[in-house]
Design a protein. Structure first.
Lengths: 317, 317
């Protein structure tokens, strides 16, 4: 490891100040409360937990470029997990698994353009869930219920921490508003997501994003997609991505070709789709650090970390 | 990813049969119950959760060789997490963090000699915890209480699953027996850990292992160590490793030299030990899949996985 670049003396001070911040233990208690409440909610709702995998021959191609992260082991090439999307789909092939979730670290080695957005870490934790034979309406309602459940538990378990960090207890929301990307863009211009997030009083859904091949194209309206993002209010931006999934072999291949995904990399996944059939499913995943940031009203998601993981900022530990 | 080795047709069938096993959903419910109960126990006991990191400039050197796993990003070299030991120690520098835990995937790319032990996966989940200003007696008692708590919750929450997989409900243990490695070896020979595990009616502690530099040497008896492993009974073997930690600069350097750890790789860690001082602490970590295996009395720890992670066996997903 001699090839590491030399570190300026002050970088150690920066790392130690970051982890010694007085606010950190309280922020971590909020994050811990989110995780704990989510486990309880998932159990109540009958979802089965899978443990996360860090390495796989296939991982999420993502719809924005990141630095490739892979290693070689036992004569195989292994990618670091960008999301557990394919493992969720495949695990639902077990006839007795109908819904599942994973608390999963995700590694996304962002380029320098996302260094200072306040919303990106190059590794973070995503809580991913997927339901067999369910649609977008089911998942959206599930997520709304989850947020209310988590917020209620936090209000009861750590009210003093919330009052200290947030200035007030957490709300219970009625049904979240639903918008379509193309309509919002018409009204608000290209920065519609951010503009709407700034003025929104509560989380809202944003439907129809053109992105990875596994989000289902609307068969009734080709060229539009049965996916949904949840956007936090007060300018905090995206907090969850989800979709009904493509599960039909020919349609998956068509979508892969459209977005330029390598069929060779995904040949076993495609073979399953062709020979055994992938289950019809819908799901989503939310960022734990982003939910923590929203609740604590933090300027930057990196304030949730003990060890800085801001893209392209040096880390000693 | 064209350079991946060709896969024999039957490997896909093997992967699909593995994840479609009828027993899997029940085994996963046990594992999920362990994780859920542990979160509740940690909260009751006042421990703060840190989220896991997959990448760090430093990671556990381990006391047995594994294939190196590292990547380059943003002009830095990052190792995949083999354990969160150093992050636990460093995070305790925060004056308001006195005890913490992490549910952390660990990547340990074992060599082929551990391919078929029944106890090794090349990635698994460890629940790691650490206490500032506590000693081995405190941690051992904490772990004994944790196991009884988890077992009691599982008995209440999923009794039918336990009866189905284990044939009986889980026990509540009295204080676990404590042995020293050198004494057991005298009596039972070099395979003492396995022999004792086979005949033990309950978990036991095994003190004094010569291993990584961060396990504290006994100042009263140099050449022996203030560390402890927990061994599952019925032949299931090691389930937790822990220790009081070396935290004094000169002693850490001495121990690094003895076991051959690179001071250069750990130069910032050493600098912290020298300049700020590392906290006195003790802790441990237990393998979630191994506890699941013990509870379900499974032949191989890989039966806990949906996607096989047996060292040197091919994985398609």
């Amino acid at each position: 490891m001699e090839q590491q670049k030399p570190v300026k003396p002050e970088e150690l001070d920066v790392a130690l100040s970051h982890l010694s911040r007085a606010i950190l233990p309280k922020v971590l208690q909020v994050q811990q409360g989110i995780v704990r409440a989510t486990h309880v909610f998932m159990f109540k709702k009958g979802l089965t937990q899978l443990m996360p995998l860090m390495l796989s021959p296939i991982t999420d191609p993502l719809n924005h470029g990141v630095v490739d992260a892979s290693i070689t082991y036992a004569e195989q090439l292994w990618s670091l997990t960008k999301s557990m999307i394919f493992h969720k789909q495949l695990a639902l092939l077990n006839p007795d698994l109908n819904s599942l979730y994973i608390v999963s670290p995700n590694v996304r080695l962002e380029f320098a353009d996302r260094a200072d957005t306040g919303r990106h870490l190059f590794e973070f934790t995503q809580i991913d869930f997927e339901f067999k034979d369910k649609d977008r309406f089911y998942v959206m309602e599930f997520m709304e219920e989850l947020v209310n459940y988590v917020f209620d538990r936090l209000n009861k378990e750590i009210p003093d921490v919330l009052l200290d960090l947030r200035g007030e207890l957490l709300p219970q929301y009625e049904k979240w508003p639903v918008y379509r990307t193309e309509k919002l863009e018409e009204t608000l211009g290209p920065d519609y997501e951010h503009v709407q997030s700034e003025s929104a009083p509560m989380p809202f859904w944003l439907l129809n994003h053109r992105r990875e091949f596994y989000d289902k194209e609307d068969p009734k309206k080709p060229g539009t997609f049965l996916n949904y993002d949840m956007i936090w209010p007060e300018g905090f931006g995206e907090g969850l991505s989800g979709a009904e999934r493509e599960n039909e072999y020919n349609q998956i291949r068509k979508r892969m070709q459209e977005v330029g995904t390598s069929e060779s990399t995904f040949r076993h996944y495609l073979q399953v789709a062709q020979e055994s059939g992938l289950p019809k499913s819908a799901g989503g995943g939310f960022g734990v650090e982003r939910m923590t940031r929203f609740i604590c009203r933090l300027n930057d998601v990196n304030e949730v970390t003990a060890f800085s993981r801001k893209p392209f900022f040096p880390s000693l530990f």
